[in-house]
Write a protein that binds this ligand. Structure first.
Ligand code: MTE
Length: 325
């Protein structure tokens, strides 16, 4: 049976399904043996997650670390943005971190369960100096600085955030990839006890994994980030260390990294394995490439909801256009 439905980018955004709802429906539909799009309406309530617990922080403020140690790091003014920085409590209470929940407003209430000290990152694969770093030692070795970047999710929402971290290239220089290294693959932690979303959503291929090619990884914009708003990362933002690539959609910016592997072949990625046509390995922020479920022509600023035109490469053309020429 062929059902004619409007293209998703023709729909108003409130009618377009979010990633999480979409994936959960897919799971249940598969279980029930449904294939037709008409069955979706029946299953719209299945995505509700339990939020919070007795030990949960009471307010989002409770999740925000004090500025100690290297924070605040000095700001590198080479990276400026022509719009206001998003208020910290807004950024800290609207997150995608499916390991905890798919409900953006509730991630901060659950992510406190993640134990981030001590935290090791293993760097392996095609490198001359494979090693395991304690994240605090790594911070001590790296050129830490603050940069204000635009942040753009593929769901079309956008923020402006001051991150603290170091260029990915600084780590690459330390481990010295061999000539066979063509890609950098990254992996998030796997622990169902700490991350209820990993247990409650077994249809996702945990742990979260992402990748960059070496030209992207060594681009000056690519950062490993350990802080935000002048202090260490709160857990909902991917403590203690995550990736930021501001010219790409947010799904690339993998959180709470435990392993980095240099490889010869293009690695698989979490979202691409789930929906290859929607999450291309090479995708960049681009108003002219509509996502099947979210028009990318404009973006929605958080928290005002104001819609502004999307910039190609999220406004970072001068830094990255040559990578895709
Ligand atoms: N990393 C992990 N491990 N798990 C996730 O669910 N979500 C991604 C990315 N990194 C995600 C992740 C997506 S879709 C986005 S938009 C950003 O994290 C959101 O980052 P923020 O919550 O700090 O704004």
């Amino acid at each position: 049976m062929l059902i004619k439905s409007p293209k998703s980018w023709e729909l108003p955004e409130r009618l377009v399904t979010s990633e999480s709802v979409y994936m959960n429906r897919c799971h249940f539909l598969k279980k029930l043996g449904f294939a037709g799009a008409g069955a979706w309406g029946l299953l719209s309530g299945c995505n509700r997650m339990k939020a919070g617990s007795q030990d949960a922080p009471k307010t989002v403020r409770d999740t925000i670390p004090a500025p100690t140690g290297i924070y605040p790091a000095s700001r590198n003014t080479r990276y400026t943005v022509d719009r206001d920085i998003t208020a910290e409590e807004i950024a800290a209470s609207y997150n995608n971190f499916y390991e905890f929940t798919t409900s953006k407003e509730n991630v901060w209430k659950l992510a406190y369960q993640l134990k981030t000290e001590p935290w090791k990152i293993e760097v392996v694969g095609e490198v001359n100096r494979p090693q395991t770093f304690d994240v605090d030692d790594l911070i001590g070795k790296m050129p830490m600085e603050e940069r204000i970047y635009r942040f753009r999710c593929v769901e079309a929402w956008a923020m402006t955030v001051p991150w603290t971290g170091f260029p990915v290239k600084a780590l690459i220089d330390l481990v010295q990839p061999t000539s066979k290294a063509k890609y950098m693959r990254m992996l998030t932690f796997l622990d169902e006890k700490q991350a209820p979303g990993q247990k409650q959503q077994p249809w996702y291929p945990w742990p979260y994994y992402e990748g960059l090619n070496m030209a992207e990884a060594t681009n000056e914009l690519a950062m490993f980030v350990t802080g935000i708003y002048g202090h260490a990362l709160p857990k909902q933002h991917g403590a203690p260390i995550r990736l930021i690539t501001p010219w790409k959609y947010g799904y690339k910016s993998i959180k709470s990294i435990v392993k980095i592997e240099f490889v010869e072949k293009q690695p698989k990625t979490f979202w691409n394995d789930l929906a290859a046509s929607e999450y291309d390995f090479n995708a960049n922020v681009d108003p002219d490439v509509p996502h099947p479920r979210w028009s990318q022509a404009t973006e929605r600023l958080i928290p005002t909801g104001e819609r502004v035109p999307t910039k190609k490469y999220n406004g970072y053309k001068e830094f990255v256009a040559h990578l895709y020429a």
